[in-house]
Each structure stands twice: as C-alpha cells, then as structure tokens.
Design a protein around this ligand. Structure first.
Ligand code: FE2
Length: 564
C-alpha cells in the first residue's frame, strides 16, 4: 500500500511510511518516511513519568503530527518486540495473535471509545521485530558504513535474550550469537544497583558515577558467582537469573526486583557502596570486552556498533574505544528500550528495500515557536524580555556564573540533553557542580556533570579524540585542562563530552563560542533540563515550572528570556 505524500502535482511520488511502536517500559514511537527519521519520542516526555510503560498514545499522536499525516497514511506498523499484540490491539484496534503463539486467543478490545483515534480504516502491514534485532537496527542503520560491522546488543533482557552479536553488511543484519537471560550482564549490573539502594532500570548511571570513588581491589572477587563469566567470545559460566525476577509498577513505571540483589545487600554493607560499585564496573567492562573483542577479529572488521541499555555505560564505551581493536565505533546514543520503536521501523523499512538515511543529530522530538512560548508567558503574567542575540546574551549570563535553563528547537531523543533541553553553567568553577546538584537537580553530591565542547577544541581537551555528538563515550581529559574545567572532569580524570559542530548545531555552537570569547573556555557544563526523578522536560510549560521550583537563575526559551 503506497500513498501520495508531499510535493507538487507534477512530481508527486509514493512515499513509504513506517510507524514504529514499542509497548513496555520506556514505551515509544517513531515514524520513518522513505527511510528518513521524521520523529522519535518516548511516552514519558508527555506523561511526565520517567520510563513510562503507558500505551504510547501521545508519542504516536506526535509522530503522526510531525509527519503531517493521519493513521490511514501509514503503510506499515513495526513493533519493537515479539510480545506486543496487546498493545497493538489497544492502540490500533488491530487483532493479531502475535508471532509467538498463533493459536493463542486474540487480545480483547479494551480501548475506550475516546481513545480509538488511531484505529486505521484498513489494517496496514504489521511486523513484529525481535527485541534485540530492533536494538541492532538502531545501531546499524543510523550510521553509514560500507564494510562489515560487528553489532553487539547487550541489555537486561528482551524476548528472552540478553546478549547478542550480529553481522551488519550490505544493508542486512545477520545473527551470530544469541544468549539468554543467564548471560545477562545488564541484570548483573542492575542487581548491584538495586543492592546499593537505587532503582533497578534507572539508577545504573549513578552506580557508574559512584564507581570511581571506590577501589575494586578492596573487594576483588566479592561478586564472584553473581555474574555470568565470558571467555574468548563465548559464555563460559552462566548466571542463574532466568525466571527469578519480578517487578512492581509504580506511577506507570516498572521497578524491577531480583532475588540476586538480596544476596548482594550484605556485601554492600560489608564493603561499602563505592567499592562494590567499582568492582561491578570492573567486571562489566572486562566481561563485555571478553565477549565482544574476539569477534572483531573473527569477523575481520574493526568497526563496532552497539545498542541495548548496557551501552549507556560511557566508561564501558570508553574502554572499548581504547582497546586498540576498533577504528570506527558507533555506540547508538539512545541505546535503551526507548528506541525500540525506531529500531523496529528501521528494520522493517530496510527489509522492504528502502534506503535508510543515517542520523546527523538526535533532535527528533517536539519544538515550540516564539509565539507559542510568548502566549504561555503572557497567560501567566510572567515578566520576560525578547533577545535579538540569544546565544550572546546567554553566554554573558554563563560568564557571570549564572545557572541557565536553555530550551531551543526540537527535543532530544534519548536520555542526554544535547543543547536543546539543557541546564547550562560555566564549567570553570568546581563549586558549580555542587550548586547544580544541590539547588537545581536535587541529587547526590558525587554525581558528575558533562560538558558540551566546541568540536574545534576536541584535540586539545580530549585524549584519543574524536567527534562525539551524543555524550555516549567518556574520554580522558588532557592533563593541562583538568584544573581549568573542574566542574565537568570526573574524579578519575575523565569527561563525557558532547562535541558541537558548527554546521550541525549553529545556535548552540555560537553560544559556546561566545562563552569562549568571554572566558577562554571552549566548553559549558550541560545537564538535562529536569530535576531528579523526572523525565527530560519537553514543553515550555514544564520548563517554567522547573525554573520557579529550583535554583535556576535564567530561563531562555526561543528568543525569550526570564530572570529571577
Ligand atoms: Fe533492551
């Protein structure tokens, strides 16, 4: 089924439209037109519940609006996972038993009448894409690589698998290795996270941030027997994780719980959180390396692409990059389950022979214009001023050590703020880290912050530098810069940068460059615009609320500026 899309009557062409949806935690939707990502957003950004597993009505509504089409213009619905038929029934009204059990009873129709707005008049093609294949698709199809690529997908679990390798070549993805939940390094790391007292499925980044404060040699071996062991590219000793998980649904988000975490709790009490975190980080890095690296040689490639929640771990990504085995490294920047709808759509489009356009940025969410923002401010009788040089004005505030909230253009997909929904402050003073943690984000004092740096400065600031647009890999900071950027260099001398290229991000590049002219620092501290426990802010209304409910000094949205 092909549909006429945009263009003049003379050159009107059939467009191929795929709507990708993932039902589950971090529910999301994405839309692809002729192989180009038009929109990609997680439901949490609208419901304001982090990791929301709600049926993604809002995400689908936004994707269709961004594409300027209705549901009947969709050629194919691609689902990120094999057990998605209940969601398919609820959101689209489509009765499908699902691929796992064709004999199973069809899911009942439970959707209230007012939520049936995406029921298509005619059922489009429906494709179920296995969880890890959808992950692999995000890693492979979003980059342009002509040669062979080794793709690693590692997470907690999805469709019964946790740890997979794939060969990407000639626009196709072929499976190499698929391991079940007893190989799950994701669950191991999450078990430790739960034992430390953090949310399994959310707090893993905090465990990683805590690790450099510990010393793994003080508890070396303490976690033995609690993780799967790999040797030369294969699983040597499985863990016993399968079927030993439960979860509690709170505020529309899953809080996972494992029996294993209970066994680890006494070890945390004995050795302390930092040392256990450090040992868990050491194990994660070493085991992933032991699994993945031998396959690069076996596959005869030095190009690695990765996805799955484990590859949110920027220190692991750094370790892989520094291994000496990789020339080209593509950690997909939104590697968790909040990109499964996109991954399913990418795979489905490629499978139909559609050429996929690689990404150049991650700005696939909603944008709001000056008029809309101004109307919001007027309705609330809030004082503001219009700037004719927003980048220069904000750079001036940053040079004066003010904390600025910056909402410009389309929202980022994925968990990292990349200069569209950011809180910014000068990286030149160590106390800024404490100020943002305590008065703005309301989170733990040890949590590190990351810089956005001018691409032109990367060779000076980073060891073994490369452009890294997405804050998905950490780098060692050049020794001469460690003292000059104290708010963004972590205790272990690393930083996790976003390199900002002028041609990709002209406004944000100019902001940092204006800050450099005033201070000599080619970087700003950039953290996501939200407070602890919230998803990243999407709408200006939420930014206003966050501004007045935190220690942020300045709010810049579009060309408009609010101050306290
Ligand atoms: Fe996953």
């Amino acid at each position: 089924m092909k549909h006429s899309m945009t263009g003049s009557a003379g050159d009107r062409q059939a467009a191929h439209v795929v709507l990708g949806v993932h039902f589950g935690h971090d529910a999301n939707a994405a839309i692809l037109i002729d192989g180009r990502i038009v929109a990609d957003v997680a439901e949490e950004r609208f419901t304001r519940c982090k990791h929301s597993h709600d049926v993604p009505f809002n995400a689908v509504e936004y994707c269709l609006a961004a594409a300027g089409i209705g549901i009947d213009a969709v050629d194919e619905i691609a689902l990120g996972g094999l057990r998605q038929n209940h969601g398919l029934r609820a959101l689209f009204g489509i009765a499908h038993p699902g691929p796992n059990d064709p004999q199973a009873a069809l899911p009942p129709l439970v959707t209230p009448s007012y939520h049936r707005r995406f029921f298509p008049a005619r059922t489009p093609r429906v494709t179920f894409v296995e969880h890890h294949l959808a992950h692999a698709a995000t890693a492979y199809f979003t980059v342009r690589e002509s040669g062979r690529v080794l793709i690693a997908t590692v997470d907690g679990t999805g469709d019964g698998a946790s740890t997979c390798l794939w060969r990407g070549e000639n626009g196709r993805i072929e499976p190499l290795v698929k391991l079940d939940e007893n190989a799950s390094l994701g669950w191991f790391y999450s078990n430790v996270t739960e034992a430390i007292g953090l949310w399994h499925g959310d707090g893993e980044g905090t465990t990683m941030g805590l690790a450099p404060y510990g010393d793994p040699s003080r508890c070396r071996g303490a976690l033995d027997g609690h993780y799967p062991v790999f040797s030369r590219g294969a699983l040597e000793t499985p863990a016993a994780f399968k079927g030993r998980y439960t979860h509690l649904a709170l505020k529309s988000a899953y809080h996972w719980h494992s029996e294993e975490a209970m066994k680890l709790t006494p070890l945390v009490e004995r050795y302390g959180k930092p040392d256990i975190a450090a040992e868990a980080q050491r194990i994660l890095e070493e085991q992933v390396m032991e699994f993945v690296l031998p396959w690069l040689e076996r596959e005869g490639t030095r190009t690695l692409a990765t996805a799955g929640g484990v590859f949110l771990n920027v220190k692991l990504n750094q370790r892989l990059w520094m291994s000496g085995c990789i020339d080209r490294h593509h950690p997909y920047p939104n590697p968790g389950d909040s990109s499964l709808g996109l991954g399913a759509a990418l795979w489905a489009a490629a499978d139909q022979g559609v050429a996929i356009e690689p990404i150049r940025d991650l700005y696939h969410g909603p944008a709001y214009g000056n008029d809309e923002i101004e109307a919001l401010l007027k309705a609330r009788s809030l004082p503001y001023r219009r700037s004719d040089d927003i980048a220069g004005d904000v750079a001036e505030y940053l040079a004066e050590d003010r904390v600025v909230a910056w909402l410009e253009g389309r929202m980022e997909s994925g968990p990292r703020a990349l200069g569209h929904r950011s809180i910014l402050v000068s990286p030149g003073r160590a106390e800024h880290k404490d100020i943002v943690n305590s008065k703005v984000k309301f989170r733990e004092a040890f949590r590190p912050f990351c810089p956005s740096i001018l691409s032109e400065a990367k060779d000076e600031l980073l060891m073994k530098p490369r452009d890294e647009r997405y804050m998905i890999t950490s780098f060692d900071c050049a020794p001469s810069w460690r003292d000059r950027l104290p708010a963004v260099v972590h205790v272990d001398g690393t930083l996790r940068p976003q390199t900002v290229e002028r041609e990709i991000e002209p406004l944000y590049w100019r902001l940092i460059d204006e800050f450099r002219k005033r201070t000599g620092l080619p970087a700003v501290l950039n953290t996501s615009l939200n407070i602890k426990g919230e998803p990243m802010i999407c709408h200006p209304r939420e930014a206003i609320r966050c501004f007045y409910d935190s220690g942020i000094d300045v709010l810049a949205m579009g060309d408009l500026i609010l101050t306290k």
